[in-house]
Structures are given as structure tokens and as C-alpha cells.
Ligand binder design. Structure first.
Ligand code: PGA
Length: 253
């Protein structure tokens, strides 16, 4: 049986009231599935509240970013141990918005990946090309650079405790998802790249697709052999939409 992860990246959205309503809908609608794990990644201030609301549910908690440092004089930062302490089991690293808007390099992302694992979190490593890079035929080279930085810093064995998310920048928040075949081609490339280091790790690696996943395109994406779930932005903010995506994953079992 395949194992899917359906992860909601709330980005900088939400409020106590909106989160409570959303979580109520998700808890009522998703009572667990042997082949599908559901995850929500709210902004930092809400993590502890959301952890409490998720107690006893089948839904897991993750953060959207983590410091590469363990503790100390890093004003505004948050360590992996702190995130674990408040109930997170996952953290997103290297989202394209952080690479583009906050200037995170692949080396920074690799350091965060390592820090996440040391702090007991499962990193979700995001990789993806821009439209210019795709049109110039550089998609695989961009993915390789982003992936190799982490493989070198962390070693392939750590990928047994990690997830990769392929998120083409041109598909994020645009309503223009990659086609199932476009996504599958890159997912197969990612798996082959990791298999070049360790085939067993690569075979078990969950590779999520992200970029305008919705209830009506999820099934086509998830039917592909190398697409093991989704990293969902906009559609994770509405319970019905997010549940429809989880249902599409459950239907693949
Ligand atoms: P989207 O965002 O689903 O709104 O395109 C995905 C993401 O950025 O993780």
C-alpha cells in the first residue's frame, strides 16, 4: 500500500477564530486513514494553540521555517527543539518564498535541514524551478543544485527521515498547476538522483507535489507513481477543499 502525505502550508494566514473553525472542519472530516497522513503548518504564534486543538486527532502539526542554530543570540528565530517542544513533528525548509524573499541559499536550507533532524523534526525539503529556468531548459539543473546541497551536507541516509516537495515556482499560488506528467517527470528525476546515492532510501522517499493543488486536480497528480502527496497552500485554508484533496489521496490506496 502506498503512503501519502497531505500537508497544508498556511503561509502567513489565519487568526485564532479562523484557525479554530478550520481545525473543527478538518477534525470532523478526517478521522485517519492507514495510507494517508494529514499535516497542518500554521504560523509560529499559533503552533501551541493548534497543537492543543489537534490532541487526540489524526492530524499532525508542522512549522513553516526553523533556525539553523540551536539556541542563543538569534533575535526573532526559533529552534527545532522549541518546535518539537510545542508539538511539531514536521518543518518545511527551503520554500521558494523564503529562498526568493528572504535570500535563503541552498547552503542555508541544508543547514536548516540538518538542524531540523537534530531537533527531532522531519524536514520537508522544497525544491523547484522558476518559469524562466524551465523555459531555458534548466529545470533539472536547478533541482540538482538544491538537492545536492542537502545531500552533501546531511548525507543520503538522513533522507530516510525526510520528505521532499517539488514545487515549481510558476505553479505556486497561480492557479496553474503542473500537469500530472510534468510533475511526474521531475519527481522521477528527484528519486533517481537520490537513488544514485542509495536506492533503498530513494524507493521509500515521499516526494510531494506543490503548486495550485486543488480538489479537482489532486487525483490526477496522486495517480502518478512518484507523487506521494501534496504540499498545499491556498486550498489548505478551507476545510472542504483540503478534505477533498485528502479524499483523492485515500482513493488511491
Ligand atoms: P498553493 O501553494 O497551493 O497556494 O499554490 C503551495 C505552496 O506554496 O506550498
Amino acid at each position: 500500500m502506498r503512503s501519502y502525505l497531505v500537508a497544508g502550508n498556511w503561509k502567513m494566514n489565519g487568526s485564532r477564530a479562523a484557525n479554530a473553525a478550520l481545525l473543527r472542519g478538518l477534525r470532523d472530516g478526517f478521522t485517519g486513514s492507514p495510507g494517508v497522513e494529514m499535516l497542518v503548518c500554521p504560523p509560529f504564534p499559533y503552533l501551541a494553540d493548534v497543537a492543543r486543538e489537534l490532541e487526540g486527532s489524526a492530524i499532525r502539526l508542522g512549522a513553516q521555517n526553523v533556525s539553523q542554530h540551536e539556541s542563543g543570540a538569534f533575535t526573532g528565530e526559533c529552534s527545532a527543539a522549541m518546535l518539537s517542544d510545542v508539538g511539531c513533528s514536521y518543518v518545511i525548509v527551503g520554500h521558494s518564498e523564503r529562498r526568493a524573499l528572504m535570500g535563503e541559499t541552498s547552503e542555508d536550507v541544508a543547514a536548516k535541514f540538518v538542524a531540523a533532524l537534530s531537533g527531532g523534526l522531519r524536514p520537508i525539503l522544497c525544491v523547484g524551478e522558476s518559469l524562466d529556468e524551465r523555459e531555458a531548459g534548466h529545470t533539472e539543473a536547478v533541482i540538482d543544485e538544491q538537492l545536492d546541497a542537502v545531500l552533501q551536507a546531511a548525507g543520503v541516509s538522513t533522507f530516510a527521515e525526510a520528505v521532499v516537495a517539488y514545487e515549481p515556482v510558476w505553479a505556486i499560488g497561480t492557479g496553474k498547476s503542473a500537469s500530472p506528467q510534468q510533475a511526474e517527470d521531475v519527481h522521477a528525476h528527484i528519486r533517481a538522483r537520490v537513488a544514485g546515492h542509495d536506492r533503498q532510501v530513494a524507493d521509500k522517499l515521499q516526494i510531494l507535489y506543490g503548486g495550485s493543488v486543488k480538489g479537482d486536480n489532486a487525483a490526477g497528480l496522486f495517480s502518478k507513481g512518484d507523487i506521494d502527496g501534496g504540499l498545499i497552500g491556498g486550498a489548505s485554508l478551507k476545510a472542504d477543499d483540503f478534505l477533498a484533496i485528502a479524499t483523492a489521496a485515500m482513493a488511491q490506496d
